[in-house]
Design a protein around this ligand. Structure first.
Ligand code: FES
Length: 269
């Protein structure tokens, strides 16, 4: 009997089918309700976890007191000092090395600068500042005046090339009294200063004042044609040998001061 079979929907009444549908709907809604409950429990747990996290991150009362004390007196309490992170030993070592390197570089630069200055000064003084053939430099002569003849005048070198019975000498043209330029007087065969009347022999010896010393001389070196050293004027040896064929080098940058006047010569004048 198909109308009485409980498995066929056609055998159910309309009220029974409505009741079954409500029951299925209620059953379907039940898991959703359970899921909603679990969500609510999870939300509550998350809220409690957040509160705990905020409580933990919030400074404690002791820490707040320490911070207030530090702010009031400007000194960190011991606990705070202990909590201050210290610089790593490796960083300190790195800073010390950098300081030493800086000092090393500074000293090196100063030493290098001093060496450069010293080298430049040495080169400056070693480099000849006067050219040959101009006053202050070396004059190369090959002429030899006759003994007693008029001395040769070298205006550029500011000296007289004089040959006397004592030998050859390069006499500085400036009077030893007050610096006037004396002249050779053919009539008297001697040098005379126009300023105050000082007189000098052909070899440069002073024979009349007011000059109180002989004429100054430039250093003369003598060489042969092969470049061998033959003679040279010095403080003690003031005249060089006069001989044709020799080469005379007058250094107008090196001067020998005239000796004090000889009283005997003064009397002879
Ligand atoms: S400067 Fe020559 S005598 Fe005075």
């Amino acid at each position: 009997m198909p109308d009485n079979d409980p498995k066929t929907p056609a055998s159910k009444s309309k009220e029974e089918r409505i009741a079954e549908a409500k029951a299925r709907a209620a059953a379907a809604a039940q898991p959703v309700a359970r899921a909603g409950g679990e969500d609510e429990s999870l939300s509550e747990a998350a809220l409690r976890f957040q509160k705990l996290k905020e409580q933990q991150s919030r400074p404690s009362r002791k820490e707040r007191e320490a911070a207030l004390l530090q702010k009031a007196i400007g000194v960190a309490p011991r606990e705070s000092v202990e909590k201050i992170p210290q610089a790593a030993p490796q960083e300190k070592e790195t800073l010390a090395v950098n300081r030493r390197e800086f000092l090393t570089y500074a000293w090196g630069a100063a030493l290098g600068l001093a060496l450069v200055q010293g080298g430049a000064a040495t080169l400056w003084y070693a480099y000849p500042r006067f050219k040959a053939g101009e006053f202050g430099g070396v004059f190369t002569l090959t002429s030899v005046p006759e003994v007693g003849a008029k001395p040769e005048e070298y205006l550029d070198g500011k000296f007289w090339w004089s040959n006397s019975e004592n030998g050859l000498a390069a006499l500085y043209k400036v009077c030893t009294h007050l610096g006037c330029l004396y002249e050779w007087k053919e009539q008297t065969q001697r040098f005379e200063c126009p300023c105050h009347g000082s007189k000098f022999r052909q070899d440069g010896r002073n024979i009349h004042g007011p000059a109180t010393r002989d004429l100054d001389q430039f250093i003369v070196t003598v060489e042969d044609t092969s470049g061998n050293h033959v003679d040279e004027t010095t403080e003690e040896h003031r005249y060089v040998v006069a001989q044709e064929g020799l080469i005379y080098k007058v250094d107008t940058g090196r001067k020998i001061l005239g000796r004090p006047s000889d009283p005997k010569l003064q009397l002879e004048a």
